[in-house]
Design a protein around this ligand. Structure first.
Ligand SMILES: [Zn+2]
Length: 384
């Protein structure tokens, strides 16, 4: 991984590298932008550059990639790097000797290990645990303890707080205290796709860097580099399907279930719109509720993209704008049957359901409520 491997974000990278070259880093950055655009990958590159052993690393704002420090960054095991993200509470409690709690802890540790493995392979990966209740007070207390130790040389300790908006109120207030009197050798990088949910007092202590959505071309470029064996048509499907999110683009391309989940989304819609298929709808929702959170979110995204295809097709009457090329008939049929659907409100409802699920809402209730709302927004009872 190097600056070159971070897709797009040229202006953002230059602002950061100039600050490194001039030695004019703020105490804290806030990286803002939708998921999968490279905020964490960039934060790691900043941290790696600041700690590289090569003598001209700071002057060039470029890590060598081979020294001992850079190797430790590649392993995400550098002592000057702290990665904070929502984890399960059991991980922060003292290890139990035995019993069911011990089992839960071992299970959670195993999950944590897998997250780190994935993050090492793919810096765009977002580490999160399904059962996490957010960033907990104890995690910030640990940071406070660690902030006491000054690193050797003129290196920097870098505290990366991913999904920072998921800090609970107590944790946020503790972090605020630390940000009010930050040790000069610590760089905080807060990362958030929902900065409006952060305490304004925290935001005001950070220098914001806004990351852009990636273009279809940038995504396709990244996919070609990572998956040189894949066909151009597969790459373009994933690049269009991913809506500016490189993490999701990779998933669509490497995961054969992407199309299967898309078809589930179409079934969900078809049943939701048909009064005679309510039993099938319930079965579909039950099946979705049993799937992983990730698959549930993907299904919702596929639903969203289907509507966007229908809206684009209605507006342009052009088949080439449709992302779901292999479901072109369904898109056209929908556009013909429901030309007056409220696409803006539909978009909002699906995003709302995605947000609720990502915050551990009950999946059965979320999908059932969505089915009812979509039905009225589409305002018709015919089949998709
Ligand atoms: Zn190095």
């Amino acid at each position: 991984m190097s600056w070159n491997d971070i897709l797009g974000q040229e202006k953002q990278k230059e602002v950061l590298r100039r600050a490194i070259r001039l030695g004019r880093l703020p105490n804290a950055y806030l990286f803002i932008g939708q998921e999968g655009v490279g905020k964490e990958a960039t934060a790691l590159e900043v941290a790696k550059t600041l700690n590289c052993d090569s003598s001209d690393a700071l002057d060039n704002a470029e890590a060598c990639g081979v020294c001992d420090s850079c190797q430790k960054f590649a392993d995400l095991a550098h002592p000057n790097l702290e990665l904070v993200f929502p984890v399960e509470g059991v991980l922060l409690e003292p290890i139990s000797e035995s019993g069911s709690k011990r089992e839960k802890q071992e299970e959670a540790l195993e999950k944590l290990k897998r997250l780190y493995d994935e993050k090492r392979r793919n810096p765009y990966f977002t580490m999160q645990m399904d059962k996490a209740m957010g960033i907990l007070t104890r995690q910030i207390e640990i940071l406070i303890d660690k902030s006491v130790f000054k690193p050797s040389g003129n290196k920097k300790r870098v505290f990366v707080l991913s999904q920072a908006e998921r800090m609970n109120a107590e944790a946020a207030n503790k972090l605020l205290k630390l940000l009010e009197e930050p040790p000069p050798y610590v760089l905080f990088i807060l990362i958030s796709s929902r900065p409006e949910q952060l305490l304004p007092t925290i935001v005001s202590r950070c220098q914001p860097i806004r990351f852009s959505s990636l273009s279809v071309e940038q995504l396709a470029d990244g996919l070609r580099r990572r998956f040189p064996d894949r066909s151009e048509s597969d790459i373009m499907f994933a690049a269009r399907f991913a809506r500016g999110n490189f993490l999701y683009a990779q998933k669509v391309l490497s995961d054969s279930s992407a199309k299967e989940l898309r078809d589930k989304a179409l079934n969900f819609l078809r049943y939701a719109l048909s009064p005679s298929k309510q039993l099938e709808l319930m079965r579909e929702i039950e099946d979705l509720a049993r799937r992983s959170r990730d698959e549930q979110l993907q299904t919702l995204l596929a639903t969203l993209l289907f509507f966007q295809d229908a809206a684009r097709f209605l507006a342009t009457k052009s088949e080439s704008v449709v992302v779901n090329q292999d479901a072109l008939d369904a898109v056209k049929r929908f556009a013909q049957n429901f030309p007056t659907a409220d696409f803006i409100e539909i978009d909002r409802e699906i995003e709302h359901a995605r947000y609720a699920l990502s915050r551990n809402a009950n999946p059965t209730l979320t999908f059932a409520a969505l089915a009812i709302r979509l039905k009225s927004l589409i305002r018709n009872e015919a089949l998709v």
